[in-house]
Ligand binder design. Sequence first.
Ligand code: ADP
Ligand code: XUL
Length: 521
Amino acid sequence: MFLGLDSSTQSLTAVLIDPVSGQIVYQHSVNFGADLPQYGAPSGFIPGGQNGEVHTDSRMWLDALDLLFSRLSAATDLSKVEMIAGSGQQHGSVYLDETLGKRLASLDSTQSLVSQLAPALTRATSPIWMDTSTGPECAEITEALGDSAEVCRRTGSIAIERFTGPQIRRFYKNDSAAYARTAHIHLVSSFIASVIAGKSVSIDYGDGAGMNLLNLSTLAWDPKLLDATAPGLLEKLPSAAAATEIQGSVSPYFVEKFGLSRECRCALFTGDNPASLVGMGATAPGNIVISLGTSDTFFAAMPEAKTDPNGFGHVFGNPAGGFMSLICFRNGSLAREALRDRLGLDWSAFDQPALAETREMAGSQLMLPFFGPEITPRHDFTGPVLKGSPEFESGVQPALQVRALLEGQFLNMRLHSQWMQVKPERIRLTGGASKNNGISQLVADIFQAPVERLDVSNSAALGAALIAAAAAGHELAELQQSFCMASPGAALQPDPSLGPIYQDAMSRFAGLLDNTVAATL
Ligand code: ADP
Ligand code: XUL
């Protein structure tokens, strides 16, 4: 059996798979808010941060590991696990002193992880991906490199507030003594992997690319970005490596305490998005994953590291080799909910009658679907912008408003993923809104590609379990065939007659966006 772990914002999840039967044997989550209330983080982070700061108590992740493994060992036979891999929320970082190696190598299974490892922390809390406090540091890093295009060319993303490099720079500027005491800077993923492996392990290319520090051409830390970020940084970072690289055996702590086998080995941990690409069965180019969650994300495998000339999209390593893109849209379900509530509808009314009865009007009325600031495109919108018939613009036709909002969201997604130059052969749709038939059909029509909906609830942890099996020699493509297939006949086919209509609508949408942004600059 193979174990995949995912340490996300709100929970730590385990998925245990048996590659021979093609079955998930067991899955379980520790919820940080509910299971570890002593950390005061009901949604996985410390509420009330100032100036865009969003941090988490790093010790919470250690207690979550002990709790998860104690529950796993009570529910399953962990001695059958051959290999462990995992993933973590991206960009978050953990800061530790020079005692880390010794502490990891001599963990006492009669004590807790937190009591033995917390004394090594040089920064009490970890900045996580929701943090937006590093605007000045992003500007300084960009300035040192010349311009944003240069940062993007090297690392696959412009300098981004939540990315680890700018976060490290802020720590160095605000507390240089603690920075100087720091001997190891880990990502959430590599920190947890290090605990499990009993030694400080590498950062994988998938998660490493979310730091504004990894050079995508050399797959090594970029000297110019290291210099622009903080002094002496190279010595504090683990090396970068492929996710499937085996790190050795699991720490004796987990053998003695939870009954893992001494032969059980560990692969590297990656970011939750790269792991989801694996868990959604989309590591080969041509497959697109669209996740319609709180925010919407669009990700896809890319054979080579092309970058977004506009700087909105990101490039990460693909755990199966090559690269992947990730584009995030802030106004996802939040915007759909805002319109739903404004019109007093429920989700089923989005499909029937709203979308059904406005079919003839496809692509005719345009909405810039932003109820607040957006990151793709990066602009402080203050509300949606409507362009069409006078009735539509006056907002009196609820059904047409729904259609225009959803069309606007997916036209915006199609427009801002064009830089990848990938023709989607198949879209795998996931996230809360993928349950909606009308929304799912609209995705097929706008992208002119079949849409499959996968019933995979823990795609990152499943992806991690598949990475573990692949590291042990199983064929990833075969694993994905067994674990990540849509039910037969479940694909929604695009209506080809809508192809030219949405092509034209996308050009008009782009024009409206350009004019609106220009008018408010
Ligand atoms: P998260 O990003 O928090 O993991 P989920 O992927 O679980 O989010 O999606 C949750 C969101 O899905 C809810 O906030 C809700 O807006 C949306 N949602 C749930 N059911 C439907 C539906 N039938 N139609 C449209 N949206 C839905
Ligand atoms: C990606 C990002 C988020 C986190 C969530 O850039 O910030 O998707 O990985 O866990």
